[in-house]
Design a protein around this ligand. Structure first.
Ligand SMILES: Cc1cc2nc3c(=O)[nH]c(=O)nc-3n(C[C@H](O)[C@H](O)[C@H](O)COP(=O)(O)OP(=O)(O)OC[C@H]3O[C@@H](n4cnc5c(N)ncnc54)[C@H](O)[C@@H]3O)c2cc1C
Length: 466
């Protein structure tokens, strides 16, 4: 079905029609669960090696000395916490093989679940080492803290790093996070990389497990270097390279619905961009106020080389500013990411549910599903005017001889509970169910599908929230 409906405006369509009449884009690589399993095994082995190195680095004498056990526990907590911190960095380093198999939302969830453990262990390290050393030198904790800060190499930098870690932890705590602007939270998180780097020196120069064990020190350096390398390659170099290669520029911004605009960009070599319908990029519109922020937006159609399109609902300052973008604006992209694609499909039939601007990945996925797939599409909006890309969706469904259900009305009046879902898609248990919309909508449809006998692995959601 790749090569379905053309979405460009007449001016662009006329220009495009003389270039090509098909869509020569490449699908994103299929997920490779074996690589995920291998990565998990490697991470587990690394943790085992770190624990073993720290435990074997302790001597009977040092453990028996005053404060020895407490300090040893502190070292174990410090190295384990730091290792978990590095795993957290890897999880959000946008590694393509993890992104395409696990999905960014799940990777971010794992990152968040690890965070309290990593921060807790590193905090325990600070407390236990200070108390243990104070016992060893028979001084008070405040005095020992001062000694540690002033006489141990790189300890001051590590303390600043610890402060940045705590700041990032607090800013991510749900109640605080909700009160912060996304950008503020993001900048605080960027400082975390600095904090981590600042803590590295004190580990290398004062870490007991490294004394007399150059191999252990080398292993630790390799773990750090590999983590930093992945961040530099996949979060910086690859997006820069991809953006330079495709050189996207806005060619048109047009209104689709109240508060919703499509941004059509033109670029080079889009036929070589491996991307599947349902995926998203982080978009940096290179204008004065927007260049430094990447916002995730799903493609609202498959690329039509040399064009690619996103459709954006103005919810905050940056998404609203999309309506003011001028033709000629340069655009940098990171991605593609996401597993809301045909690769996830297990059955021959699908039910696609979309609410509001959640239609964007669904519209692109609809275009990307193989021709034989039996399709039911359910679109929800408050008013008919809010049915974004209504005609395009209708045409694509008609081309596939599928079924389209539009549910229009306030969400308080029109509820999508199990009874309604059964009346819309009676055979939902035999289909893959793709859902994109607000969290409440996704949860409601997923619960209804489960209630009606759909297996959990047949349900795929894309959440626009953060
Ligand atoms: C995978 C994915 C795909 C998306 N696709 C689309 C799409 O096709 N069309 C569309 O209109 N919207 C889409 N969104 C939502 C869109 O990213 C946000 O509406 C936009 O980033 C809001 O930014 P803002 O500065 O205008 O608003 P803010 O007021 O800063 O934020 C509004 C909401 O968006 C969240 N948000 C802001 N920036 C980001 C970010 N960089 N990453 C994650 N969440 C963020 C905030 O936490 C908040 O919940 C998608 C989101 C995700 C996660």
């Amino acid at each position: 079905m790749r090569g379905g409906q053309v979405y460009e405006p007449d001016r662009i369509r006329a220009e495009r029609s003389v270039r090509t009449s098909r869509v020569p884009t490449r699908p994103a690589p299929a997920p490779r669960p074996i690589i995920v399993d291998a990565s998990a095994a490697l991470a587990g082995l690394g943790l085992g090696a770190v624990l073993a190195a720290v435990i074997l680095g302790e001597s009977r004498g040092s453990l028996a000395a005053p404060g020895g056990l407490i300090s040893a526990a502190g070292r174990l907590a410090g190295f384990t916490g730091t290792y978990l911190m590095l795993i957290m960095v890897v999880l959000i380093a946008r590694l393509p093989w993890l992104e395409s198999s696990v999905g960014q939302d799940r990777l971010v969830r794992w990152h968040r679940q690890l965070a309290p453990w990593a921060i807790g262990l590193i905090t325990a390290h600070v407390v236990l080492i200070t108390v243990g050393y104070a016992r060893a030198s028979n001084t008070g904790v405040p005095r020992e803290l001062w000694v540690l800060l002033t006489s141990y190499r790189d300890m001051l930098a590590a303390t600043v790093g610890f402060g940045l870690l705590i700041m990032a932890g607090i800013s991510s705590y749900r109640h605080v996070r909700r009160r912060l602007q996304y950008e503020t939270w993001w900048v605080i998180h960027l400082y975390l990389y600095l904090g981590l780097a600042m803590a590295f020196g004190h580990q290398i120069f004062t870490g007991i497990p490294f004394i007399g064990h150059p191999l252990v020190r080398a292993l630790w350096i390799v773990i750090w270097a590999a983590t930093a390398g992945m961040v530099v390659v996949f979060r910086v170099a690859q997006p820069v390279w991809r953006s330079l290669r495709h050189r996207l520029q806005v060619v048109e911004v047009r209104q689709e619905a109240p508060g919703v605009v499509s941004v059509v960009c033109r670029g080079r070599h889009l036929d070589r961009l491996a991307v599947s319908g349902g995926q998203f990029f982080h978009w940096h519109f290179l204008t004065r106020g927007m260049w430094w922020q990447g916002h995730p937006y799903s493609m609202s159609a498959l690329p039509r080389p040399p064009y690619i399109r996103v459709t954006i609902k103005g919810l905050g300052d940056q998404s609203r500013a999309a309506a003011t973008l001028r033709p000629g604006t340069w655009v940098a992209i990171e991605g593609p990411y996401g597993t809301f694609t045909d690769h996830a499909r297990l059955r021959e039939g699908v039910a696609l549910f979309a609410a509001g601007v959640g239609i964007t990945p669904v519209r692109a996925l609809l275009e990307d599903l193989p021709a034989g797939v039996d399709v039911v599409v359910v679109v929800r909006a408050s008013t008919p005017a809010d049915l974004v890309h209504r005609d395009e969706v209708a045409t694509l469904v008609r081309q596939r001889r599928g079924r389209l259900q539009e549910i229009v009305g306030s969400r308080h009046k029109v509820r999508l509970n199990a009874r309604t879902v059964r009346s819309l898609v009676p055979d939902i248990a035999y289909r893959d169910v793709y859902i994109c919309g607000p969290e409440g909508f996704s949860a409601e449809i997923a619960a209804a599908a489960r209630h009606l006998g759909t297996d959990a692995e047949q349900i795929h959601t894309e959440t626009f929230g953060f």
